[in-house]
Design a protein around this ligand. Structure first.
Ligand code: ANZ
Ligand code: ZN
Length: 855
């Protein structure tokens, strides 16, 4: 008997699939399509087990759908622009393009051995000029359609590297690379007008019922709709032009609890006051040096300076409140100015306590004497100490104040969204150039479409300072498309989130000379099943939803693609135990799994050094708890790796990678192969009209497996499908007799097993299928159908007593008639042993319960 040689078989079948173009997706209007997509990878260098799990899930769906008769589109590409390539250039002098392409080649080579059923003919990288040129075309179309804006925005500026930093590149107020204190600067930037779509993006979330609720909730919170009052205070002692101060509040009901007002350091009033007092100027300058991110602002200590300006309470001219410049007020939310109500807002309370401001309570659950200590009261209650509002609940009180403000002409009820326009300008080389030209005479002029793509120059130098495109001696120099005069190209490139906001549409016509082809998009869109990490739950998905709308408006996507992802699945991570040994300085040294000998008694290095075993956490290079997909394939084969990552826990949860688990998976697959090999070559293929009880039981097991595995795959319960497949393989293993009907049933069961395993372990399944005389490739075979007649009964376990002593157990379909049960009992080896040659006098069958044999 030959052992199953996974690696040889896997390479062989991959070549066969390639040769047959088995996974090529061809537009075919006569067949229903199915588009399954996993979030495409960033080519960082090597694939990791998280990728393997992600693409295996997509592949299981793709293979299952193909078998169900769908015309499946399952593409792969590379999210190839971004900072790491530029850092490699700065640190190692390698060109970002060369670095990226080498990584792509390496990762593709690592992915191929897994046998994913991908249509590689559609592969592209976002750094291909063919791709980013089309993206430039989209940008220009969006510019024409009024979906792009150019406006000033406050950014994090690294004064040493002379570049804008993303919020996550600012660490403790310093540039992540230069270490220099980051400044806040106002720069003119390009924006997509996503905030125009706030309401639509919010409302449409309701229709996405095949998305996880948590993702919809995260998007909802991100869009952050709130209803409030925008109103104007009259000021006292303010510079000319600031006779009114406009604020925004979501709690107009708390207006009598106001004890101060505050403006952002970037507010025009703060700017105007800078000139007047050194204290304000110093504070504003200090704020400007802090990060711009909401988190940075939220977590910073609440501080401010009194400007000396006062505002007058709108309901009582005798009440005046001090106006502060405060670090926790953001310029780009609301009006950049607030009134502070310390009793009912924690930030305001922290601030009031610091500066000794009053804390009047205006909402209470217990009565007017309630006071607040260090925790603001934000629960429901009734209004107190609030004149005409006293006794009202919060919501009606809000309505009342808004009504009075509107009647008095000093304020309006407004709806606000947290969602900001999407700033896409990046002062970087390795991104998609923004295709516009700055002309001293004409201003901003779009590049002519026939000149696209605006290609990145190849000859660039990277020293880490500033934008290489800006410093390039000639690249930006051009002529104005409008007047023909000398002009300069835009040197900003696009945020890489732009690249990933429409790649799914491009896969439907990846080589087209336009961004998309309507007929193709009409056929292939939407993505029926999108699979990826929950870390993309907000930005990537929101930007893609915006892009689908923008592409619809500019004629690049059909209306039905307005929500491009019909169903979304967010998969869990792959984790691994962590290992450390004590280092010389007492600090632990992380150890790779490959260095560690692990058994029941614990863990040690090869030289006997004891190893501390830490918790199982997401595989990461920094903790060295990674296993290399190449090594896994070499050791266990791709099928075993695929089987294991799908088997151990539900796909939405984390799965812990263990060598023992991978070994067990490989052993099981070898056992399945032995089941195939031990089937006599001349086992009949045709099942007789009236198979005996054992054969019937096996056939029922097969049909039950078809039903349960189908259900598991459809419901993304891959682990349950796999548990079923273990059970089914065991049932086959028990059916060892050589009666012709049983042999025929075994052949059928094994073929069914091959088909049901094919989505998870496609190579072994092909080998089984071929050996069992299946027709063509199992990858192309139709999904088996469960015969309802064979499903009526589930299996029951019947204890068998011989002369009152329990001697055996038989499995039989529930409801099996007594004669059939008798036949099963008399064929059971354990019963025969107990009978020791004697023939039974009587058999008493209690249906579905017990069998008594009397000798
Ligand atoms: C008075 C008040 C009283 C507030 C109270 C809250 C509680 P959301 O719900 O997130 O929309 N705010 C307004 N503009 C701001 C800005 N530019 N920077 C920082 N904070 C700002 O938050 C709205 C609330 O956040 C507003 O309601 C305002 O404080 C504050 F018991 O006004 B509130
Ligand atoms: Zn011009």
């Amino acid at each position: 008997m030959s052992r199953y040689e996974a690696r040889a078989a896997e390479a062989k079948w991959q070549a066969v699939w390639d040769e047959a173009h088995a996974f090529r997706a061809e537009h075919d209007p006569t067949r229903p399509k199915y588009y399954v997509l996993e979030m495409f990878p960033y080519p960082s260098g090597r694939i990791h087990m998280g990728h393997v799990r992600n693409y295996t899930m997509g592949d299981v769906v793709a293979r299952h759908r193909r078998a169900l008769g769908y015309n499946v589109l399952h593409p792969m590409g590379w999210d190839a622009f971004g900072m790491p390539a530029e850092n490699a250039a700065i640190e190692r002098g390698v060109h970002p393009g060369a670095w990226t392409w080498a990584n792509i080649d390496q990762m593709r080579a690592q992915m191929k051995p897994f046998g994913f059923s991908i249509d590689w003919s559609r592969e592209f990288a976002t750094c291909d000029p063919e791709y980013y040129g089309q993206q430039q075309r989209l940008f220009l179309d969006m510019l024409d359609a009024g979906l792009v804006a150019r406006k000033a925005a406050v950014v994090n500026w690294d004064p040493v590297d002379m570049t804008v930093l993303a919020n996550e590149q600012v660490i403790d107020g310093r540039g992540w690379r230069s270490g220099a204190p980051v400044e806040r600067r106002e720069l003119v930037q390009w924006f997509f007008r996503i905030s125009d779509f706030s309401e639509e993006l919010l409302a449409a979330l309701d229709g996405l019922d095949a998305w996880p609720d948590k993702v919809r909730l995260m998007q909802k919170n991100w869009i952050g709709k709130s209803r409030g009052l925008q109103f104007r205070f009259d000021t006292r002692g303010a510079p000319a032009g600031f006779e009114r101060l406009e604020v925004f509040t979501t709690r107009p009901d708390t207006i009598f609890g106001a004890s101060f007002a505050a403006v952002s350091p970037d507010h025009p009033l703060a700017r105007a006051l800078e000139a007047e007092g050194p204290e304000i100027a110093a504070f504003v300058a200090e704020c400007r040096r802090a990060g711009t991110s909401e988190e940075a602002i939220e977590s910073a200590e609440k501080r401010g300076v009194d400007t000396g300006v006062r505002v007058v309470h709108p309901f009582d001219p005798s009440l005046e409140l001090p106006v502060y410049v405060a670090n926790f007020v953001l310029m780009d939310y609301g009006t950049g100015a607030i009134f502070g109500c310390p009793a009912h807002d924690q930030r305001d309370l922290d601030f009031a306590r610091k500066y000794g401001l009053p804390v009047p309570t205006v909402v209470s659950a217990t009565g007017p004497d309630f006071t607040v200590a260090d925790t603001a009261f934000t629960d429901p209650g009734r209004l107190v100490n609030s004149r005409f509002l006293d006794g009202m609940e919060v919501e009606p009180a809000k309505v009342e104040v808004i009504a009075r403000a509107e009647a008095g002409g000093w304020g309006e009820g407004v709806t606000r969204y947290r969602l900001r326009d999407w700033g896409v300008s990046r002062q970087r080389y390795w991104g998609c150039p923004i295709p516009v030209i700055h002309c001293p005479a004409c201003g901003v002029v779009p590049e002519r479409r026939e000149n696209l793509p605006v290609r990145l120059p190849e000859d660039v130098s990277f020293d880490g300072h500033g934008n290489p495109l800006e410093r390039h001696p000639t690249w930006a120099r051009t002529t104005c498309p409008a007047c023909g005069g000398p002009a300069r190209r835009e040197t900003d490139t696009m945020d890489t989130f732009v690249d990933s906001s429409w790649y799914f549409a491009r896969f439907t016509a990846p080589r087209a000379a336009e961004p998309t082809v309507m007929a193709e998009a009409e056929y292939w869109m939407n993505v029926d099943q999108y699979i990826g990490g929950v870390e993309h739950a907000i930005l990537h998905l929101l930007y893609s939803r915006f892009f689908a709308r923008a592409m619809m408006k500019t004629g690049h996507l059909p209306e039905k693609a307005i929500e491009p992802f019909d169903a979304l699945f967010t998969q869990g991570m792959v984790t691994h135990e962590t290992y450390t040994t004590p280092g010389p300085d007492g600090r632990p040294i992380w150890r790779e799994p490959s260095e560690v000998i692990r058994d029941e008694s614990g863990a040690r290095l090869a030289d006997g050094t004891p190893v501390e075993v830490g918790p199982s956490v997401k595989m990461s290079k920094s903790k060295k708890n990674v296993v290399d997909p190449d090594e896994i394939v070499a050791k266990y084969g791709a099928d075993a790796a695929r089987w294991f990552v799908m088997s151990d826990s539900p796909p939405e949860r984390d799965v812990e990678w263990t060598a023992a688990g991978a070994e067990a998976a490989a052993r099981h697959l070898a056992r399945v192969w032995r089941l195939v090999e031990t089937l006599p070559a001349d086992a009949p293929a045709a099942i007789p009209a009236a198979p005996g009880p054992e054969a019937t039981a096996l056939l029922r097991a097969a049909h039950g497996a078809i039903r349960d595995v189908s259900e598991g795959l459809e419901g993304f319960a891959f682990n349950r499908a796999i548990a079923k497949l273990y059970e089914f393989a065991n049932a086959i293993g028990r059916a060892t007799g050589d009666a012709p009907d049983l042999l025929a049933a075994r052949r059928f069961a094994l073929r069914t097993l091959a088909q049901l395993m094919a989505p998870m372990t496609p190579h072994l399944a092909e080998e089984m299928w071929a050996t069992l005389g299946g027709d063509g490739l199992v990858a192309r075979a139709p999904w088996p159908e469960a015969d309802p007649a064979m499903l009526v009964a589930d299996e029951v376990v019947l204890p068998v007593q011989v002369n009152g002593k329990r001697r055996a157990e038989i499995r039989a379909p529930a409801g099996l008639d007594a004669a059939a049960v008798e036949a099963l009992v008399l064929a059971d080896p354990a019963v025969l042993r107990a009978l020791a040659g004697a023939s039974p006098r009587k058999l008493i069958v209690v249906p579905d319960r017990i069998v008594n044999v009397v000798v």
